[in-house]
Ligand binder design. Structure first.
Ligand code: F6P
Length: 327
């Protein structure tokens, strides 16, 4: 028989729209299955410091539509150390917690992976990151909202680009991944998209501009933060030298991409993941991330999830699509 009675939930790493919907789902599913649920403040920092709060049905009322995370989040240096993780484990024992739910991205699951290999306590993860850079799920919580935020912002930039015949270089988030750039770039009809996975390089961009349409002066180039080109301002400087006739501007979208109301897709995904996390724990799952692949719920070991190896979206098929559409 499953002995899980008390579970704790935390959010960690960069916030993502839909994290609150995920917390709500974990709490409500926990109560539905007759568990006691505790929220942990500030991610792994709160775990180490014993910052726990009992959560009830009403603690998560009216949050499904809110961006950010009511539990707050942090990137914990101490949890990267064996001593930090031991302190966290001892806090869980002191508070009689039988299982842990972590909501976050790459860094969160790297920590969770170590933690679950070191200590005998079930841990389940929910993919919460705008970057969509985890294997084991088609989409992460926050990605849909973020790409819609990017599309809305670039549609506005496009108005100015068209009116002034300007070339805009727009930098979007994605420290290690170009998936925000790729999908939003297709969505706004970008003339070129620079992502770390494709490694076009500034020279590749110059070639594309040289051979591209000459009768269209307004252009949108999207640069993922993690691309080797060294950021949008750097690309802008090189292009200014090479194409003195272009009127070039640079825009870095920054943290607006992480905030705001989650889209319906993110709310539903987060809700389904939250319930599946609790059900997974009760069915004996541990050391795994909940994901959705082809509409089915799957549980993927943390060490596989953090390898990004299913990032099939950055396949040549998608890159060819960008090239065809930017003619
Ligand atoms: O949440 C992921 C992410 O948005 C990355 O794409 C980005 O590099 C990073 O967070 C920036 O986070 P912060 O400003 O919190 O360090």
């Amino acid at each position: 028989m499953n002995k899980i009675k008390n579970i704790a939930v935390l959010t960690s790493g960069g916030d993502a729209p839909g994290m609150n919907a995920a917390i709500r789902a974990v709490v409500r599913a926990g109560i539905f299955y007759d568990l006691n649920v505790f929220g942990v403040y500030r991610g792994y920092e709160g775990l180490i410091n014993g910052d726990f709060l009992p959560m009830e049905r009403k603690s998560v009322a009216n949050i499904i539509q809110r961006g950010g995370t009511i539990l707050k989040t942090a990137r914990s240096d101490e949890f990267r150390t064996p001593e930090g993780r031991r302190k966290a484990y001892e806090q869980l024992k002191t508070h009689h917690i039988d299982a842990l739910v972590v909501i976050g991205g790459d860094g969160t699951f790297t920590g969770a992976n170590l933690f679950s290999s070191e200590f005998d306590i079930p841990v389940i993860g929910l993919p919460g990151t705008i970057d969509n850079d985890l294997a084991g799920t088609d989409f992460t919580i926050g990605y849909d909202t973020a790409i819609n935020t990017v599309v809305n912002a670039i549609d506005k930039i496009r108005d100015t680009a068209e009116s002034h015949d300007r070339l805009f270089i727009v930098e979007v988030m994605g420290r290690d991944s170009g998936l925000i750039a790729l999908r939003s770039g297709i969505g706004v009809g970008a003339e070129a998209i620079m992502i770390p996975e494709a490694n076009m390089g500034v020279q590749g961009l110059i070639n594309r501009l040289e051979y591209g349409r000459k009768d269209k002066a307004s252009k949108i180039i999207i640069v993922a933060e993690g691309d080797d080109a060294g950021g949008a301002f750097n690309v802008g400087e090189v292009l200014k030298d090479k194409f003195p006739n272009y009127d070039i501007r640079v825009s870095v979208l920054g943290h607006i991409q992480r905030g705001g109301k989650p889209s319906c897709m993110d709310r539903v995904l987060a809700s389904r993941f939250g319930v599946s996390a609790v059900e997974g724990l009760l069915n004996g799952e541990s050391g795994k991330m909940v994901g959705q692949i082809n509409k089915e719920i799957v549980y993927t070991p943390f060490d596989h999830a953090i390898k990004h190896i299913d990032a099939e979206e950055v396949s040549p098929v998608w890159l060819k699509l960008v090239e065809i559409l930017s003619l």
